[in-house]
Design a protein around this ligand. Structure first.
Ligand code: SF4
Ligand code: SF4
Length: 316
């Protein structure tokens, strides 16, 4: 496994980052001990970089990790908090939940546009103060927006960018694949830490996973790739892909059966909370009530599931 400095920060991260959404209650919903075992296994395979979020409900997996390992992990989290106090509160809640004194990275979660970022100035100020207080080591944002990525060149306080990145541009907002490549190039040369997410487009590019993987791996202007994994076998295969030791016999271990977002109209109470959760606006009111989902564009992030109080949405 190779390790890289994350931009100009002091953080040194493995080029494979473990995205914990897949093992969280939003997706595989692993029991705490199973999730913890997989994270420890990943660490033993050379992965030192782990991405979590307030929303995922995956802090519980970190709680019981052996201190000797947890202290060596680079742990990134993120929150949707908008104002100063809420962000400070979310950092404290997170630290208590993972039982550590600091996060290495804390981000504004899924910023849609420059306007969204402006609206989160209070939360951003909190991240800057949390860094001064030693609660976090670096300030970042996650985003699906190409135009927002472009604008970050002029924001020195934002040190880490966690953008969507895949060869097909699945889930991209406000821009093209070529534009995203160009803007990340500029940001990387300017010293930003870049770790990209969803190289397989949330499972949509699984039919050609080697093309999807090598597109991201061979793109030079990033420091790490966050990949969601939910079994030890998947960890093993992704490490092999990254280290160049992958063989065709390993393909079945990836369990590439494409997931799908299922909607049960009979359970739907038409509260429409799920529509707000989808920043790509892929959920609309149905012509006869309920909702309709644009399955073609859906990147299977699962965020809408979390907002449904009636379990009418499932990712299977
Ligand atoms: S519809 Fe749901 S799963 Fe699909 S992109 Fe939107 S929030 Fe994510
Ligand atoms: S959040 Fe759930 S109950 Fe509410 S509209 Fe969406 S699917 Fe229906």
């Amino acid at each position: 496994m190779k390790y890289h400095h994350l931009g100009k920060t002091s953080l040194i991260v493995s080029e494979l980052c473990f995205g914990t959404l897949t093992i969280s209650p939003l997706q595989a919903n692993l029991p705490a001990h199973e999730g913890k075992n997989i994270l420890e296994y990943a660490f033993d395979q050379g992965i030192n970089f782990f991405d979590t979020a307030d929303l995922y409900g995956s802090y519980k997996f970190f709680k019981k990790i052996a201190i000797s390992k947890k202290q060596k992990m680079v742990i990134a989290s993120k929150s949707y908090a908008v104002d100063y106090d809420s962000m400070m509160k979310d950092i404290e809640i997170g630290l208590k939940a993972i039982q550590r004194d600091y996060f290495d990275i804390f981000k504004l979660h899924e910023q849609e546009s420059l306007l969204t970022l402006k609206g989160h100035q209070g939360a951003l100020d909190a991240l800057i103060d949390a860094k001064k207080n030693g609660k976090i080591k670096a300030v970042g944002i996650s985003t699906h927006s190409v135009s927002l990525v472009k604008s970050l060149l002029l924001r020195p306080e934002i040190e880490i960018i966690h953008p969507l990145f895949n060869y097909a541009g699945h889930g991209y907002l406000h821009g093209t694949v070529e534009e995203m490549e160009g803007y990340l190039h500029n940001l990387c040369l300017a010293g930003k830490g870049i770790y990209v997410m969803k190289p397989f487009g949330g499972g949509r590019l699984s039919f050609d996973f080697l093309k999807a993987f090598y597109y991201v791996k061979n793109y030079p202007y990033k420091h790490s790739i966050a990949v969601g994994m939910k079994t030890k076998e998947e960890v093993k295969v992704n490490v092999a892909l990254m280290e160049g030791t992958f063989t065709d016999e390993m393909t079945p271990m990836l369990r590439l059966k494409e997931k799908k977002l299922f909607y049960k109209k009979e359970l739907c109470a038409e509260c429409y909370s799920c529509m707000d959760a989808c920043s790509s606006k892929l959920i609309q009111v149905g012509p006869e009530g309920g909702i309709v989902i644009d399955h073609e564009s859906c990147i299977l992030c699962g965020y809408c599931l979390y907002r449904c109080p009636h379990l009418a949405l499932r990712l299977l």
